[in-house]
Design a protein around this ligand. Structure first.
Ligand code: BTN
Length: 283
């Protein structure tokens, strides 16, 4: 398990960041992978996920990468909003046609978390943790989120939209809309975030994740996810139809959260895990 980074001194860098340029992103991707992708940068859109889902209704979005400078209705998990101001954050969606059954996609969003954390480590030298199921976090707060949606399936497979939001340089205005502890990579890296390099790395690593998924699913990613498990060994409370509490004990082969409860080890597959405060009774 990675140790949390020491608390960084807050140095506010310049609030303006270079605009994303699709040719620059493409030029930084291995040509063999870039040849399979269509990369588009939109100045503003309601939500990159929503836009890809709309397109997926009547065309193939396999290999389509949508990036936006701003989202006016960014979507988060469980119907929440994702604060998406035009300050230089990353809002990315990738369309993918998975030629298999939707059940085989279990754990995909966790593997996306590994890709995000490893890309940030490689490009920004910032180590991030993963909080089950889909949060990309730092001890100082949430840094990013992942929203995987499916746009229908048929005999030939499933249309998948993988959405990633990363706080690179959050504006004061955007911060007002966030209702939980958060931090941005600009603050953690104490310097300029290489936005194009990070985007290119993310896009190509996400595509490689998708291309290799059928070979072993989340099982191939589980060890790397576990190295960044922010909840391991900590008391958690689980919301849902059947609220439970126990000690977080890693993840199963299919991405379910393992929780050591009074009734034994259980695997949880949906809902949110909250850290329980010491002394608070289990529900
Ligand atoms: C979460 O709630 O943690 C998930 C947030 C996912 C946000 C990203 S930003 C790009 C893509 N488009 C969206 O509308 N949402 C995802």
């Amino acid at each position: 398990m990675l140790l949390p980074s020491p608390t960084a001194t807050v140095i506010m860098g310049p609030m303006t960041t270079e605009s994303l340029n699709q040719s620059r992103v493409r030029a930084l991707i291995d040509p063999a992978i870039a040849a399979l992708l269509t990369i588009e940068v939109l100045p503003s859109v309601d939500s990159t996920n929503a836009e890809l889902m709309r397109r997926a209704a009547d065309e193939s979005v396999d290999g389509v990468v949508l990036l936006a400078e701003q989202q006016t209705a960014g979507r988060g998990r469980s119907g929440r909003r994702w604060s998406s101001p035009p300050s230089g954050n990353l809002y990315l969606s990738l369309g993918w046609h998975f030629p298999g059954d939707v059940a085989a996609l279990s754990g995909l969003s966790l593997a996306v978390g590994v890709v995000v954390a490893e890309s940030v480590a490689a490009c920004c030298e910032v180590e991030l943790l993963l909080k089950w199921p889909n949060d990309v976090v730092h001890p100082r707060g949430k840094v990013g989120g992942i929203l995987v949606e499916t746009a229908g399936s048929n005999a030939s497979g499933v249309r998948v939209v993988i959405g990633v939001g990363l706080n690179l340089r959050m504006s004061e205005e955007g911060a007002k809309a966030i209702d939980q502890p958060w931090v941005d990579i600009g603050t953690l890296a104490e310097g300029v975030v290489p936005r194009h390099q990070l985007t290119a790395r993310l896009v190509s690593s996400l595509w490689m994740l998708c291309s290799g998924w059928q070979a072993g699913g989340f099982g191939l990613w589980r060890d790397r996810w576990s190295q960044r498990d922010a909840l391991y060994g900590r008391p958690v409370a689980l919301d849902g139809v059947q609220p439970r509490a126990g000690l977080a004990s890693g993840v199963a082969e299919d991405g379910g959260l393992l929780v050591d409860t009074e009734e034994g080890l259980i695997a949880v597959h949906s809902g949110e895990a909250r850290l329980r405060k010491p002394g608070v009774q289990s529900q």
